[in-house]
Design a protein around this ligand. Structure first.
Ligand code: 13P
Length: 258
């Protein structure tokens, strides 16, 4: 049984006040939910500058924090970048890598994503590696080619054992922030395909690797998505900015895990 993960990606939103309020409210709801809340992993990924207030707000709660990105280099003359050691210092246990917004807006390549994955693992951060096809690629029937290329870039550059400690997040780009969601069947099909790619390299790692779905996941569709065999959690954007909605998605995962 893979432990479900519900991760919130705040993107470039929030403030220290919002961090305190949202994490405080979420902690209260999780405490009320009781011990079963410990059956899933809950992660919030604020902008790096808010990791400290988030760390303060989640102390003693089941919530953990993650950054949205790290630099692949460990330190040095990289103005504006954030090192893995810095996000660890601020309390993070996870980091997103290769989010589609990083890939498309900031030009991150498969090789850079692999390098960041290695850096994260070297710092004992669990990377949540984001992959997924654009609308154009789906329409051209290239979904499997694209996710296979993205997964193999990790396997070839980092080694399959990296996937023993990492999490994958399938985020079809056309479903991000658009209100369009992959149907549970569409998502399951791609998740199963991703797991098959891992299994071709190592069946035990494939079986254990958690693959999250991201793209307009909300309280209304979370249960149906999370009920799929190969969907092991969610990476939530918009709905993670509201403690009621984010908790409702956590509650759906807690129920599945019971
Ligand atoms: P939305 O949930 O807003 O579609 O964003 C998904 C996402 O990009 C999470 O990383």
């Amino acid at each position: 049984m893979r432990t479900p993960v519900i991760a919130g990606n705040w993107k470039m939103n929030g403030s220290s006040e919002m961090a305190r309020d949202l994490c405080g409210q979420l902690t209260d709801k999780l405490i009320q939910a009781g011990e079963t809340a410990r059956n899933i992993d809950i992660v919030v990924c604020p902008p790096a500058i808010l990791l400290h207030p988030v760390s303060d707000a989640i102390a003693g709660s089941p919530i953990q924090s993650g950054s949205q990105d790290i630099d692949q280099n460990t330190s040095g003359a990289y103005t504006g970048q954030t090192a893995a050691s810095m996000v660890v210092d601020a309390g993070a246990k996870y980091t997103l890598v290769g989010h589609s917004e990083r890939r498309t807006i900031f030009g991150e390549t498969d090789e850079m994503v692999a390098a960041k994955t290695t850096t994260a693992l070297e710092h004992n951060l669990t990377p949540i590696i984001c992959i997924g096809e654009t609308q154009q690629e789906r329409e051209a029937d290239q979904t499997e080619d694209v996710v296979k290329r993205q997964v193999l870039a990790i396997v070839e550059n980092c080694g399959i054992s990296a996937l023993h400690h990492a999490i994958l997040a399938y985020e079809p780009v056309w479903a991000i922030g658009t209100g369009l969601t992959a149907s549970p069947e569409q998502a399951q099909q791609v998740h199963q395909f991703i797991r098959q790619q891992l299994a071709a390299n190592d069946s035990a790692i494939a079986e254990g690797c958690r693959i999250l779905y991201g793209g307009s996941m909300k309280p209304e569709n979370a249960s149906d998505l999370l009920a799929q065999d190969d969907i092991d959690g969610g990476l939530i954007g918009g709905a993670s900015l509201n403690s009621t909605d984010f908790f409702a998605i956590c509650a759906a995962a807690i129920q599945q895990a019971a």
